[in-house]
Design a protein around this ligand. Structure first.
Ligand code: GLP
Length: 243
């Protein structure tokens, strides 16, 4: 793993945005995997700024988001699709047909997962996968447990994850759907390169276990140790236990 540590979350975000802009310059038809959560928000803000300044071009890119809540339509205020529109999609030159998302409101959620997995395959796989890390070490919505799923699948969300996502549902953990759809571990690990963003003291313990700990299904992010190209973009607080 390549570990990059920046003095502040904003500096880390600028470096992530720059990393994406360079990847898009090299390969304008880049297939980008995207996360939600608070951690990537400053990087998305920087990408919006760079796009406004003519420094990043999404015209030929395609995007696949990691996950979505089950039972939630794209226009629901709590949906990840809405989050992405707000923070990135509606501000940059990405054609809607190039934006790929799991449909949490699909009638047959298992079929929806298969459709999405096939869609990623037919795009030739993900070139650059951005990730955050959940406070329990999840990536996407691959929650800690006795086993992990390889492919895009339905997930039962842990209480801590529902609490962490409550802001999207009026601050009420009880309003956060119990179920979600998520890319699987193999879907994520097949990406050619992975960039993980973690900031703040709250993530320090998970970051240390992800980098130094054993591979364990109890910390899904630990499987990133098996990938040949992972870059961690951390602020000092998130990197504090990596001395
Ligand atoms: C959600 C998303 C994850 C994200 C995590 C961390 O659970 N499904 O992809 O990494 O939140 O969120 P935050 O960055 O707000 O800590």
């Amino acid at each position: 793993m390549i570990v990059r540590v920046y003095p502040s979350p904003d500096e880390s975000a600028r470096a992530v945005a720059e990393r994406i802009a360079i990847a898009l310059k090299h390969k304008p038809d880049l297939v980008l995997g995207l996360p939600t959560g608070k951690s990537p928000i400053p990087a998305y803000a920087e990408l919006r700024r760079m796009h406004g300044a003519g420094d990043v071009d999404f015209a030929s890119a395609r995007t696949f988001n990691l996950d979505e809540f089950a039972g939630v339509t794209a226009d629901h205020p709590g949906s990840f699709r809405r989050f992405m529109d707000q923070h990135l999609f509606s501000h940059v030159n990405l054609e809607p047909s190039r934006i790929h998302f799991l449909n949490g409101a699909a009638g047959d959620l298992d079929a929806e997962c298969e459709r999405y997995e096939a869609e990623i395959d037919s795009a030739g796989g993900i070139d650059l996968q951005l990730l955050g890390i959940g406070s329990n070490g999840h990536i996407g919505f691959n929650e800690p447990g006795a086993q992990l799923s390889a492919r895009t699948h339905r997930v039962e969300l842990h209480d801590v994850t529902r609490r962490d996502n409550a802001a999207l549902f009026g601050g009420e953990p009880g309003q956060v759907p119990r179920e979600a759809l998520s890319m699987g571990m193999a879907t994520i690990l097949k990406a050619a390169a992975i960039v993980l963003i973690a900031t703040g003291e709250r993530k320090a313990k998970c970051v240390e276990r992800m980098v130094r700990g054993p591979l364990t299904t109890q910390l899904p992010a630990s499987f990133l140790q098996t990938h040949r190209h992972v870059e961690l973009f951390l602020d000092r607080a998130a990197a504090a236990l990596l001395t």
